[in-house]
Design a protein around this ligand. Structure first.
Ligand code: ADQ
Length: 483
């Protein structure tokens, strides 16, 4: 019987070691949720890094760790601190991440990091080669593992290999600046199916393949020696049911059952019933446009001073990659901006910005999604942006307004939202004004079709679609055998 092998930088579980005991706790992140149907319902193995470097792993617990992971269908790739630095913090997050998000000035081209990236990709590929049976299907995820498809293909030409990129693929003019551009394209072309969130990313990739490798591209198929690699878009969805049901549960809560956060939100709402809450939730990342959003908020309050004391911005930033200098600088910039704006504009009874720098429990996320009148998400560049979709899914009474950057992949599917250019403060101020004054019927008329779309193409459907397409591609590729 064939199995599916899933590969990602991180495993979908987190290890907790206390008093010599190991626990593997399932993660709740988008990918872990998205792949649930593939990973849990069938025969499958998930290969990735456990989050602990070799130096951090107590030698005598190695066997217990492997056992705990195996209990969740996982197998770890062991990485040293040096490997994590060069591969993850180095090439993945200081070269590829900024470049693929059009932050060219942040992108570093360090040969040493590239070499570690290659070596770690080889480790992942070797793990697949060791584990895969002849009929197995391999699904590789994201920018940390761009070289794996070809590395696996070289050793196991008969395997079915798929790859999905969760971040944008940049235009040819950006991508061509990468010294290892051809190696990366060849790495990806080891796959039978290469998936992106949007048609634009797909187009950019095909253009780079054509112009850098001179390969024949026929519509969305690339003709290689003896086989065809197909490229397609699969916009990732969310677990719509989970968010909707959580919001319904939330609405049915009796007094006294709420979380502390919800109680505080309710208190503020009761004290100024006409006040509007704006919400933004992101990983603390320069691509998410958090600093610009704060400046746009200040601009909005200057342009429309009558909204002072009537609106409040809740910013939730999740700590991320704090080992990379740009992230540390950004954290400082955001801290200062929040301090300055609050310092300048606050009154005795009003603080314009509530800023949380932490990760929240799922139920608290639902508190925020369901309590805020306007979700305001302004990435400078974002592969998809699941937060926008989650906000819409939780608006069970169809109220609420989504203001979304047109630079997020999600803008393609959520076109009833108020779409803005994150660099255009004038347009943003107008959108905020429009959102505050939007009649409930218009809110519902915009939200209903988005909800329908998100319900229909949820994350399970996304994963299934990709798998079906990969299997179909393989069948088409199978050598002809005369009967
Ligand atoms: P991310 O850049 O991490 O993902 P996003 O798509 O918004 O961005 O997903 C973030 C996830 O984290 C959401 O599911 C959200 O609920 C959760 N989350 C956010 N803040 C949280 C908090 N404070 N506490 C707990 N959970 C929180 C990358 C790409 C995106 C792409 C996804 C999926 O950068 O563009 O949409 O992968 O492909």
């Amino acid at each position: 019987m064939s199995k599916t092998i899933i590969l990602s930088n991180r495993l979908p579980v987190q290890l907790r070691i206390s008093e010599g005991r190991i626990e593997a706790i399932p993660s709740v992140g988008g990918l872990a949720t998205g792949m649930k149907s593939v990973h849990q319902d069938g025969e499958s193995l998930w290969i990735g890094w456990s989050g602990l470097t070799r130096e951090e792993t107590p030698g005598d617990l190695e066997g217990d760790i492997d056992k705990a992971l195996a209990g969740h269908g996982c197998l770890k790739v062991s990485l040293s601190r040096e490997e994590v630095d060069g591969f993850y913090f180095g090439f993945s997050n200081r070269t590829l991440w900024p470049l693929f998000h059009y932050f060219m000035e942040y992108s570093e081209f360090e040969l040493a990091n590239w070499e570690v990236y290659e070596a770690v990709n080889r480790k992942f590929a070797d793990a697949v080669v060791e584990e895969a049976g002849e009929e197995d299907v391999v699904w590789v995820h994201d920018y940390q593992l761009l070289l794996v498809p070809e590395m696996v293909r070289q050793q196991r030409p008969g395997l079915s290999i798929g790859f999905f990129l969760h971040i944008p693929f940049p235009s040819f003019e950006i991508f061509r600046t990468l010294p290892w551009r051809k190696e990366i394209l060849r790495g990806l072309l080891g796959a039978d199916l290469i998936g992106f969130h949007t048609y634009d990313y797909e187009r950019h990739f095909l253009s780079s393949v054509r112009r850098l490798l001179g390969l024949e591209v026929n519509f969305n198929e690339i003709h290689l020696e003896g086989r065809v690699a197909k490229v397609d878009s699969f916009p990732m969805g969310i677990d719509y049911k989970k968010f909707r049901e959580a919001a319904l549960r939330h609405a049915a809560m009796e007094e006294g059952e709420e979380s502390d956060l919800q109680r505080r939100l309710n208190l503020h709402k009761a004290s100024t019933p006409e006040a509007k809450f704006f919400l933004s939730i992101d990983r603390l990342d320069y691509t998410k446009g958090i600093a610009k959003r704060l400046k746009a908020f200040e601009y909005f309050l200057q342009k429309y001073p009558h909204y002072r004391e009537k609106v409040r911005l809740i910013i939730l930033a999740v700590p991320s990659r704090s080992k990379v200098p740009q992230y540390r600088r950004l954290k400082k910039e955001i801290d200062e901006l929040v301090g300055r704006i609050n310092g300048e504009l606050s009154t005795v009874s009003w603080t314009p910005i509530w800023y949380f720098y932490r990760s929240l429990e799922f139920e608290n996320l639902i508190d925020l999604y369901t309590s805020c009148d306007i979700a305001w998400l302004t990435p400078i560049r974002d592969g998809m942006n699941l937060v926008a979709k989650e906000y819409i899914a939780t608006r069970t009474d169809q109220s609420g307004v989504l203001i979304l950057s047109e630079m997020a992949g999600a803008a393609n599917e959520l076109h009833e939202a108020l779409l803005i250019n994150p660099n255009n403060f004038e347009q943003i101020a107008q959108a905020l004004d429009q959102a505050i004054n939007m009649p409930p019927e218009e809110q519902a008329a915009r939200n209903a079709p988005m909800q329908k779309r998100l319900e229909r193409y949820d994350v399970e459907k996304w994963a299934q679609d990709f798998m079906d397409s990969l299997l179909a591609q393989k069948k088409q590729d199978a050598p002809y055998v005369a009967s």
